[in-house]
Design a protein around this ligand. Sequence first.
Ligand code: PLP
Ligand code: COI
Length: 330
Amino acid sequence: MADKPFGSVISDRMTVSVYEQDRFNVHELVAADALPLHPAAHVLHYGSACFEGLKAHRGSDGVVRLFRLDRHAERMRISADLLCLPDPPAELLTEMVRDTVRANLDDVPDPPGALYLRPVLIGTEPNIGAAARAARTALLYVIASPVGDYFDSSRTLTVAIETQLPRTTPQFGQVKTGANYAMALGITRQAAERYGADQVLFAPDGDVQETGAANFMMIDGNRIVTRALDSSFLHGVTRDSVLTIAREQGYDVEERNVGVPELVERTPQVEMALSGTAAVLAPVGALVLEGQRLTVGDGSPGPNTTKLRETLQAVQRAETPDRWGWTTEV
Ligand code: PLP
Ligand code: COI
């Protein structure tokens, strides 16, 4: 199953919790084939939806472990808050994710595959007059998908730089919500058609933020440069994990703003990579700026990107000690 396109296979069972009368009900395990949703549901009209993405990995010892479950639950609660959705308790979220993995345990592929978990929270109140207020009912559910690579790992990525249009509105930079992906979609599709780009790196007014589906970093020998956390972009759990591992391996980490001119100037000498749950740490081989193609380094995966990716995956698969308590057995 993990050889099918990323996310196109959905496991049979999901967990669901209904929010009504100011509380989330005890969750249930049900068939992952349909949702009870009224055509007037808040989410379908006013976009009250957020989601998460995390992975369960089968270790070389056969044990299945979730990676940084607590951080993903925490981020989902931030997204819910910014979208005026009800706050899902961390314990409910983590139990629903674990129960979803347990119910679909046979679907967890061997490495390099993983079971991708997608918790989703939507406003369900059937009321098309509720444009200016929060939905009073909601649905929290967790689906699972056995996945392989999101980006083809046999090649480096081409990333087009967008220097004008933003990826998100200012108040939703940190939110994992469909609206942000919808904003990036047309721009990404156009860059794919014109330049064969895999992703678009958003740098409104020349200020580098992130791509449509991953965070961005530049690696120059022993130094990693990436944007410091602010409200303009999604605070990637993979970003944090890579930076933590890198610091421990003796890299200097510079968290600061990077402008497009610096990026262009350093392109021949540095490595560039995209980090994310789906992306893992994917090497960038070329940038495209205003139609001009710039090769990153020699265009092949850099040694530091490869080393950091392998170390991260070794922790996820319990092949190396988990010093940070990042993995949870299901
Ligand atoms: N930025 C965007 C827009 C994403 O969709 C993702 C993927 O989840 C990331 C960054 C990386 O976040 P994480 O490493 O937590 O998966
Ligand atoms: C993730 O990495 O979890 C994402 O949400 C990216 C998505 C485009 C698959």
